[in-house]
Design a protein around this ligand. Structure first.
Ligand SMILES: [Zn+2]
Ligand SMILES: [Zn+2]
Length: 182
């Protein structure tokens, strides 16, 4: 596929054995919310250099760097998907991270699973949470910042309750901003 075909599309990059069906769910959600075509890429092995031994977690910042180095410089945005636990130097964990106004974003399902909270597995709950976090992080790549409206997808979620309290859609002011920048 020529690079030009990827301009304005969104690439979905699964790491490791991330479930294929879930990658395609993400692609559908992204197309719905951003009105851009999404393509699911071949999975790649999780780069071991992103592991932080002192934390027993993976660095979301290093994963973003890896994604940027790997994906050709088209205008596409890339959303990496993983199930490992992510952290940054200053945060104990993150559901995801993105470059503000950049190309790369990453989201982990690790803490989106009901099992993580001692509850039975629930696909619907997992996908709902994942959709919100993916739209949130890709919103950052479009230059969108955090919103104070708790139900807006751009609200900063630092806990699973906050993820559950928001929707996977932009509040009216954020929607206006999104349509102006997309
Ligand atoms: Zn954010
Ligand atoms: Zn908002």
């Amino acid at each position: 596929m020529p690079d030009s075909a990827l301009v304005d599309s969104i690439l979905v990059l699964p790491f490791g054995d991330f479930p294929e069906a879930v990658s395609y769910f993400v692609a559908g959600k992204v197309e719905e919310r951003f009105g851009r075509a999404a393509h699911v890429l071949e999975p790649v092995a999780l780069p071991e250099e992103t592991f932080v031994p002192a934390r027993s977690q993976y660095s979301s910042t290093l994963l973003l760097r890896y994604i940027l180095a790997r994906i050709p410089k088209t205008e596409s945005s890339v959303i990496g998907l993983t199930d490992v636990d992510l952290c940054t130097p200053v945060l104990a964990f993150v559901f995801g991270q993105a470059q503000l106004g950049g190309r790369a974003a990453v989201v982990s399902t690790h803490r989106l699973h009901q099992e993580y909270y001692g509850l039975p597995h629930n696909d619907a709950v997992l996908l709902e949470r994942l959709g919100k976090e993916v739209v949130h992080e890709l919103g950052h790549t479009c230059g969108m910042v955090h919103c104070q409206e708790r139900r807006c997808v751009m609200y900063f979620s630092n806990s699973i309750r906050e993820v559950d309290a928001k929707q996977d859609t932009f509040c009216p002011p954020c929607a206006r901003l999104a349509s102006a920048t997309l």
